[in-house]
Design a binder for this molecule. Structure first.
Ligand SMILES: Nc1ncnc2c1ncn2[C@@H]1O[C@H](COP(=O)(O)OP(=O)(O)OP(=O)(O)O)[C@@H](O)[C@H]1O
Length: 344
């Protein structure tokens, strides 16, 4: 378990004191993927640097599996740091070394005998899906392959945690998803805790269990990814969630106004799904029970999280008052969160 307890980091700069991280409390359970999301300057890198012992908190404590980071120094700190795997946006590979030599590098530093490190690196090459490319140089690899080397190297010393610091930010969407899938697979196979630092809500939604949202050094919202996506509370969280659900949906009031203008007749309802509800045959059920109703799907999106699907669907229903009331009652019976946003 990783715990941040009242962690604050203040830098003394020429312009005066700058608080980069302010009073952060987080608990990351064993085996979970914990996302930390925030825009540039929110304090994410400073938080990571304290987690891997490169910076010490001004006040507060970081505890990794029972070890208080601030009490470690010298060889104890070096050993602990070897147990914290890191992957980076720009891969940080050694360009004069091949794939397998890059993966063996941390094992060399840790003093592992040659035979053992070769064996270990070969297993890691397979784990990250690079069999056949072990003798290639980084310059001969795609971005996704380079990051696979980064992941294998980070796993070489059997880390207690893996920190991903914007590791997919330089990759195209498809490669991003491949690397995220790899992280998820490693998390499940090795039961390895992963801390994923990112400014992309997509990465959070796709693989994280929990998320903390940072703004101006503070954690302003945290919870399960499912809950935070379903019901974001802070303005900044709403912005992140909307950017991911649909980049054009920055303000839900605007969408609703637009929909009412475009579909002035009948009733417009908003349905919010979570979990298995997204699999219910909602539209066909309404049409089946109320064949006289005209039902149109006018806007919507469903997204998968680790805990299930979440999404919103807007329907336009045109018909007589009894059928409209019946249809909304039916949705309530199906336990779908329903809101009538317009009725002519
Ligand atoms: N060593 C330092 N000395 C002085 N100020 C610092 C130092 N490191 C970070 N800061 C400041 O702390 C604040 C948080 O920076 P940090 O790099 O942690 O944010 P971030 O969320 O990681 O952003 P980015 O993704 O752009 O790196 C910024 O205002 C930054 O200028």
């Amino acid at each position: 378990m990783i715990e941040f307890k009242d962690v604050t980091k203040t830098f003394n700069t020429k312009e005066g004191d700058l608080t980069a991280v302010s009073d952060v409390n987080l608990t990351i359970e064993d085996g979970e993927i914990y996302g930390i999301v925030g825009y540039s300057g929110a304090g994410k890198s400073t938080l990571v640097r304290m987690l891997n012992g490169l910076e010490t908190p001004t006040t507060g404590e970081i505890d990794i599996n029972g070890d208080k980071m601030s009490t470690l120094s010298g060889s104890a700190l070096r050993q602990k740091r070897q147990k914290i795997g890191m992957i980076f946006q720009h891969f940080n590979l050694l360009w004069s070394r091949t794939v397998i030599q890059n993966i063996m590098f941390p094992l060399e530093v840790a003093g592992v005998p040659r035979k053992e490190r070769l064996e270990k690196a070969q297993n890691l090459v397979e784990l990250v899906g690079l069999k056949g490319r072990e003798h290639a140089y980084p310059s001969e690899l795609s971005g996704g392959q380079k990051q696979r080397v980064g992941v294998a190297r980070a796993l070489a010393n059997d880390p207690e945690i893996l920190i991903s610091d914007e590791a997919t930010s330089a990759l195209d969407p498809q490669t991003t998803d491949e690397v995220l899938d790899l992280l998820l697979e490693i998390n499940k196979r090795l039961n390895l805790s992963i801390v994923l630092i990112t400014h992309e809500m997509h990465a959070i939604r796709k693989i994280c269990d929990h998320v903390a949202v940072m703004e101006a050094g503070q954690v302003v919202e945290q919870g399960t990814v499912f809950e935070v996506f379903r019901n974001p509370k802070q303005e900044i969280t709403k912005r992140f969630v909307n950017e991911e659900v649909d980049p054009s949906l920055t303000d839900t009031n605007i969408i609703v106004d637009d929909l009412i203008k475009s579909y002035p007749n009948g009733m417009i309802i908003q349905l919010v799904f979570h979990g298995d509800q997204a699999k219910l045959p909602i539209v066909s059920e309404i049409i089946h029970q109320y064949p006289e109703l005209q039902v149109s799907i006018i806007e919507g999106s469903i997204h998968q999280t680790q805990e299930g699907a979440i999404g919103t669907l807007y329907l336009q229903l045109i018909g007589d008052a009894d059928s409209l009331t019946g249809a909304t009652e039916l949705l309530k019976k199906m336990r779908v969160e329903t809101e009538v946003i317009h009725h002519d």
